[in-house]
Design a protein around this ligand. Structure first.
Ligand code: DAT
Length: 172
């Protein structure tokens, strides 16, 4: 059976992981968190002194995932998308969260002032939405609000329906 690949993107803290894991358990698709994958495989290339974090080796991440992506049925979670091959994804969801709510979530994570400010600005200036529309056909890029549990439920329902339709169209 043909299954779609879904990209969940957006500023850190908008709820990609929460949504991705729930979607995977309800749809049977496989969930992949690119940050965790890189950590497990040490897919890094250098260290970012300013942000005090290792830098992703994008080419190795792509190589690592390519076979699975070609097979289909994968939900990918990452706060970036311009280095993934365009052919990988059938749909892209950019989660969006209001500034005050996002601030609370990131503060809980213990982010320092600079990291907090940069991530809030990233959301205000819709950096990830613009990256997504620059990297994929606009008609496959959708923004979803992700401020509260009701919106999370709506997003799950919406994406499950989208998957069901895609599967019907591509397997008949
Ligand atoms: P991300 O993977 O985008 O970094 P996350 O899934 O780890 O985000 O979520 C960050 C925090 O926000 C976490 O404590 C769960 C919470 N959260 C996620 N989606 C939410 C929603 N729709 N409503 C309320 N809280 C949410």
């Amino acid at each position: 059976m043909l299954l779609p690949n879904i990209l969940l993107t957006g500023t850190p803290g908008v709820g990609k992981t929460t949504l991705g894991k729930e979607l995977a358990s309800r749809s049977g698709l496989k969930y992949i968190n690119v940050g965790d994958l890189a950590k497990e495989g040490q897919l890094y290339d250098g260290y970012d002194e300013e942000y005090e974090c290792p830098m992703l080796d994008e080419d190795r991440v792509v190589d690592e995932l390519d076979n699975q992506m070609t097979e289909g049925g994968v939900i990918v979670d990452y706060h970036g998308c311009d280095f993934f091959p365009e052919r990988w994804f059938h749909v892209v969801f950019v989660l969006r969260t209001n500034t005050s709510e996002l601030y609370k979530r990131l503060e809980t994570r213990g982010y320092n002032e600079k990291k907090l400010k940069d991530n809030i600005e990233c959301e205000i200036f819709q950096v990830l939405y613009e990256e997504a529309t620059a990297s994929y056909k606009e008609e496959i890029v959708h923004q979803l609000p992700s401020n509260n549990p009701a919106e999370l439920e709506n997003n799950i329902d919406f994406i499950l329906k989208w998957i069901e339709q895609w599967v019907q169209v591509h397997n008949s």
